[in-house]
Design a protein around this ligand. Structure first.
Ligand SMILES: C[S@@+](CC[C@H](N)C(=O)[O-])C[C@H]1O[C@@H](n2cnc3c(N)ncnc32)[C@H](O)[C@@H]1O
Length: 325
C-alpha cells in the first residue's frame, strides 16, 4: 500500500540508524497485510542483525470507530467501515511465513493501540512508522512510543499529507511536548523526522517542566523513582520475611526447650512412681515379717506356759495316784 518511494525511504532510514548504531527495535503501528513490516524484517536480515526486532501493532480487525468526544478531529471518520482494511492476524502471520520471517525477531501486538501500546514490552526504538490513518491512532502511537525512541531515531508518519486528522495529531503532540521537529516530505503523502536535541524548542527552558526537567526527563526520573521504590519495598519485604523466620526459629527453640522440660518432669515422675512402688513392696515385706514374728511369739508363749504348769500337773498326778492306792 505504501508505494515505492515510501519503501525506499523506509529502507534508507533503517540503514541510516543501522549505520549510526542507534539502539532499539523497529515498529509499525497499522500493518494491514504486513507488507512494510515484512520489508523491515528483511532489511534486518540483509544486514545480519539478530538482536533487534520488528514489532507489528494492529487490531487485525480494521480501524476503530471514531471517539468524537475525545478526538473531535476524527469526527465523521468512516474508516472503521472499510472491510478490506481488516486483515486477520493469522493471515498476516501467514504472509510473514511466506517470506521466511515468522520468527523470534517478529513480534505482534494485537489489539487497539490505546490498549496494547501503553503496556507493550518494548524497551527502546530506533524507528517508528505510524500508519494508523486516524487522529486517535497517530496520537496513541506518539504518546506511548515517542518517549521510547532513541536520540537520532526516526519517526515516519505515513498519512501526514493524506489525512488532516493525522497531521493534527502530530502537531498537537509536538506542541504539547515542546518538540519542533524538522518534518521532511517523502512523496507528497508521507513524512519523517529524526529525533534529536536540535529538534527541540529553541528555548530549552520552554520544554522544561517546573522542576527544570523536560517531559521525557520527568518520565524517566519518575520511572527511576518507581524502580527505587519497588526495590525498597522488595528489600523491606525480604527483611520482614527474615525477621519472621528468626521469630519462628525462636518459637521452635522455646517449644523444643519446653518439650525437654516436660520430658524431664515425666522422667522424675516415673522415678517417684518407682520409689513409691518400692516402698509399698518393702511395707508389704515388713507386714509379712511382723505376722511371722507374732506367730512365733504366740507359739513360744503357749509352750512356756505348758512348761511352767508341768510341776502342777505332776502334783496333780501324784495326788490322783495316792487316792487310787
Ligand atoms: C492503512 S492500513 C496500514 C497499511 C500498512 N502499513 C501497509 O504498509 O500496507 C491501517 C491499519 O491500521 C490499523 N489501525 C488503525 N488504527 C488502529 C488502532 N487505533 N488500533 C489498532 N489498529 C489500528 C488497521 O487495522 C489497518 O490494518
Amino acid at each position: 500500500m505504501i508505494g515505492e518511494k515510501r519503501m525506499a525511504n523506509l529502507r534508507a532510514l533503517m540503514e541510516s540508524v543501522i549505520a549510526d548504531n542507534v539502539p532499539g527495535d523497529f515498529i509499525e503501528t497499522g500493518v494491514w497485510r504486513g507488507g512494510a513490516c515484512i520489508f523491515m524484517r528483511a532489511i534486518l536480515y540483509a544486514h545480519n542483525i539478530a538482536d533487534q526486532c520488528v514489532w507489528a501493532a494492529d487490531s487485525f480487525e480494521g480501524l476503530p470507530v471514531a471517539n468524537e468526544l475525545k478526538y473531535p478531529a476524527d469526527a465523521g471518520s468512516s474508516f472503521h467501515t472499510y472491510k478490506p482494511l481488516a486483515i486477520s492476524l493469522e493471515q498476516v502471520r501467514e504472509n510473514f511465513r511466506a517470506y521466511g520471517f515468522l520468527d523470534q525477531q517478529t513480534k505482534f501486538l494485537k489489539g487497539w493501540f490505546r490498549d496494547t501500546l501503553p503496556t507493550a514490552p518494548i524497551r527502546q526504538l530506533a524507528l517508528m512508522r505510524l500508519d494508523g490513518d486516524m487522529y486517535e491512532s497517530t496520537m496513541d502511537a506518539l504518546t506511548n512510543l515517542y518517549p521510547k525512541l532513541s536520540h537520532q531515531g526516526y519517526v515516519i508518519v505515513d498519512d501526514y499529507h493524506a489525512v488532516s486528522a493525522c497531521k493534527a495529531a502530530v502537531h498537537d503532540y509536538c506542541d504539547a511536548n515542546g518538540i519542533h521537529p524538522e518534518i521532511i516530505d517523502i512523496d507528497g503523502v508521507g513524512v519523517y523526522w529524526r529525533k534529536s536535541d536540535t529538534t527541540r524548542h529553541d528555548s530549552v527552558s520552554a520544554a522544561l517542566g517546573p522542576s527544570g526537567m523536560s517531559h521525557e526527563m520527568q518520565i524517566s526520573s519518575l520511572k527511576e523513582a518507581l524502580i527505587k521504590l519497588t526495590q525498597m519495598v522488595i528489600a523491606y519485604l525480604k527483611q520482614s520475611l527474615t525477621d519472621r523466620d528468626g521469630e519462628v526459629a525462636k518459637l521452635n527453640q522455646s517449644l523444643a526447650d519446653r518439650d525437654g522440660e516436660v520430658a524431664k518432669l515425666n522422667q522424675s515422675l516415673a522415678e517417684r512412681d518407682g520409689e513409691v512402688a518400692r516402698l509399698n513392696q518393702s511395707l508389704a515385706e515388713r507386714g509379712g515379717e511382723v505376722a511371722r514374728l507374732q506367730k512365733e511369739v504366740s507359739v513360744l508363749y503357749s509352750s512356756t506356759s505348758w512348761r511352767i504348769t508341768k510341776p502342777l500337773r505332776l502334783v496333780g498326778d501324784i495326788i490322783r495316784g495316792s487316792q487310787g492306792n
